[in-house]
Design a protein around this ligand. Sequence first.
Ligand SMILES: [Zn+2]
Length: 156
Amino acid sequence: MIFDIHSWITASNLAHQHSRHSCSQLGTHFTGFFSAELLNSAGFVIVDELPSPPMDVVMQLGLGQLLSPNAVGINLDDTYYLKPKAVGQLRVHFHKLVHVLQWQALGPGPFIKRYISEVIKYGYRQAPLEEQAYGFEERFVADPRDPFLILAKDTI
Ligand SMILES: [Zn+2]
């Protein structure tokens, strides 16, 4: 299999940079949960169809379940992609920002490797990196007005 996932991620983000929204606009909701640096550097793109590597690559990686029609978003490094119906859901943004921190904590290569192996081993929802993201998301939803600062090292 010759597919350079890093090049694909870089190219995808480059192709969408004109429509990328800064997560700083989420500051009113997320200040105290995420650092200003993170909110300033992370961004999201609204797309009708989520970016996806070629389907044969996805299947070879064992990631078919991630790209089901039900998926509402995908993270590519410091940028996440959302379907329009998810844009108004703060909890989805929150979850995605935790993944941005995970990419930062591990670095893109190790993050991708670990994420893929976890999904294959545990399934999407039980993958430890997902458990972390869902855990923080639930804590935010339980009390959005009680901030707890999340650092990259706490997300892995
Ligand atoms: Zn997730």
